[in-house]
Design a protein around this ligand. Structure first.
Ligand SMILES: *Cc1c(COP(=O)(O)O)cnc(C)c1O
Length: 422
């Protein structure tokens, strides 16, 4: 057997030994124009569609057609409490208690709502700290919160960056910033898994540090939820937000998750932007004045939610529930570990991996830095049937996802990468 054949056989054995192997069949896998399945490593950007999604949405379309407004109570899955059907599964995925989690709005909207409550600047404590390479929307959101409070972002926004010549910010540097300016920082808001590098931060440690200096601490878990083991309750974070269309496979622009720590559950004095769906369920329809928030995360809801989008979330969460988040995060690490080792073994000095080697500090995404390359390299890879994404100036992000990607695809992807690099 040639080395190449042996290596493919090895990948196939890993697939056979994989307890989640059969879940790939539950998803629609995109194909090229000749009908060949693409190697889809972009689940960190838009997760694939479960084959069951259509029937979950059809159910609600059917009930709407037949019941009209009565569907709020009479639908097979009554719409009134529909968001509640998602809570338990979502709470498991992020390691939270049920009363700490709600599915509502979209990610950036939730981030703003959380900052209304947890970013309360005073004349002496008014700064916001984010990670250096934060996702642009997060950067815009925190900057606009500062501006809304008449604070110049040049003065009020602090970035925790990687050291010169390094790719990943270090915890000791965060500690140094806090020792220096912690008394002026009102909020620390970090991407739990950085979208660019794939670095999974130590949420508990960051929260403890932040709280020690009197800061509120929140996390954007867009790249964490469904990918890495999150333990939001135990981390002690004040709040967290995440979307459902990346690793959570709930469809483009689908609704987002929001976590508010239990210790804030009954605090009605917290300032918040309110709407009727956050009001006490028993008196919501009395349509009287005086906002009475539901205890816990549900009390931050604004509107009655889009059921069709929630049906797509339910289809996906049912799969997560069945597969088990523990099995998923375990396979995430194995897949990306395998990808990292194959890339390292290429011994190509144009290529380096910026994602942490330590599997505790990453999920399934591997960010591959290619020197002397531009986007045309990524385009060639796409032509070769591998869907990844390109982040300027020189990074290919590849995310082999536990629920539908295989070890054989990882092997094949690296072969095609070698080919396009030649
Ligand atoms: C994907 C992502 C977003 C996108 O925000 P939307 O409001 O869902 O458009 C924001 N922040 C991070 C960190 C992300 O990864």
């Amino acid at each position: 057997m040639s080395e190449h054949t042996k290596a493919i056989e090895f990948a196939k054995e890993l697939d056979l030994a994989d307890p989640l192997n059969s879940y790939r069949d539950r998803f629609h896998i995109p194909k090229d124009s000749s009908g060949n399945e693409l190697i889809y490593f972009c689940g960190n950007s838009l997760g694939l569609q479960p084959k069951t999604t259509k029937s979950y949405i059809d159910q609600e379309l059917h009930d709407w057609a037949n019941l009209g407004v009565e569907g709020h109570f009479e639908a097979t899955n009554p719409w009134m409490p529909y968001h509640e059907y998602l809570t338990e599964a979502m709470a498991k995925i992020v390691g939270a208690k049920k009363n700490e989690v709600v599915v509502m709005n979209t990610l950036t909207t939730n981030l703003h709502l959380m900052m209304v409550s947890f970013y309360r600047p005073t004349p002496t404590r008014y700064k916001i700290l984010i990670e250096g390479d934060a996702f642009p929307s997060d950067d815009y959101a925190v900057s606009s919160q500062l501006i809304n409070n008449n604070i110049d972002p040049n003065e009020g926004l602090i970035k925790w960056t990687a050291r010169e010549g390094e790719d990943l910010p270090r915890l000791e540097d965060l500690e140094a910033i806090l020792k220096d300016q912690g008394h002026e920082i009102a909020l620390i808001m970090i991407g739990a898994v950085n979208y660019y590098t794939g670095q999974f931060f130590n949420l508990k440690k960051i929260t403890e540090l932040g709280h020690q200096f009197g800061c509120k601490v929140g996390f954007d878990c867009a790249h964490g939820a469904g990918n890495v083991p999150l333990d939001l309750h135990d981390s002690g974070a004040d709040f967290a937000v995440w979307c459902s269309y990346k690793y959570l496979n709930s469809g483009p622009g689908s609704l987002a998750g929001c976590f508010v720590h239990e210790r804030h559950a009954n605090d009605k004095t917290l300032k918040r932007f309110a709407g009727w769906w956050g009001h006490n369920k028993n008196t919501r329809f009395n349509m009287r004045h005086g906002f009475d928030p539901i205890p816990g995360a549900e009390g931050w809801q604004l509107s009655n939610p889009p059921i069709l989008s929630m049906a797509a979330i339910k289809a996906s969460l049912d799969i997560f529930n069945e597969a088990g988040i523990h099995n998923i995060t375990k396979k995430s690490k194995k897949l990306s570990g395998y990808l990292q080792s194959l890339i390292t073994n290429m011994h190509n000095d144009r290529i380096s991996i910026i994602t942490p080697k330590d599997e505790i500090r990453r999920g399934c995404q591997v960010s591959i830095k290619v020197s002397k390359a531009d986007k045309s390299l990524h385009d060639k890879l796409t032509e070769a049937g591998v869907i990844t994404d390109w982040r300027e100036p020189d990074v290919i992000r590849a995310a082999p996802v536990a629920l539908y990607n295989t070890f054989e695809e990882v092997f094949e992807m690296v072969e095609r990468l070698k080919f396009v690099l030649n």
